[in-house]
Ligand binder design. Sequence first.
Ligand code: URA
Length: 240
Amino acid sequence: MERLQKVIANSGYTSRRKAEELISQGKVQVNGKIITELGTKVSSSDYIVVNGHLIKNSPKEYYLLNKPRGYLSTTTDDKNRKTIIDLIKTTSRIYPVGRLDYDTTGAIILTNDGELTNLLIHPKNNIEKVYIAKIKGLLTKDQANKLRNGVYFDNYKSAKAKVKIKKYNKKTDTSLVELTIHEGKNHQVKKMFEAVNHEVIKLHREKVSFLEVKNLKSGEYRILTPKEVKKLYFEATKKN
Ligand code: URA
């Protein structure tokens, strides 16, 4: 049994706070009866309707995938390209938490838990994402500091970031740079490097929060443990 507002938020229909408002306003029915009591517990067999919409209370699934290059991180594609959903064996309607570009590899969570998804993607919740970027040229100390303090792209200034220069290859004139950010703007890492005049040649996400993909081969995934799911909720709701 779970609290009604949690089940509504989990379905992805709205946030937990909005769900509470809707319950108080008498917009939620359980098995045909209007419920205004916030703590009401419901089970997966209960029939929940919010504002005329049926809410699916299906069991939650959580996966960590090491995304391969050449896959979209959407649920469908109008050009019939491969999506990362094709890699996961499930009949549930899961979706990716945030996006990785078609050519980006690495850590991505997939789930049908709308509440956790909303918490993880909200920048104010400071979920760290660690990227390894192979870039053209040598990143100077000054450029690294600019990235640390925030750079401008698309009328936006990135928040403070962590930057570690891992390696410079003189022969190919390329560098490996570890960049840790907690935002998730479209093509953010590529745009941040572009703002300091470096092109990203390869991009890999090593880590989302505490979840790493180093033990997963490209295209491999694993189911998250209940303890990891709890920890993700903790990480996304703790005060920074
Ligand atoms: N930043 C990018 O530029 N691309 C990604 O796929 C993820 C972050």
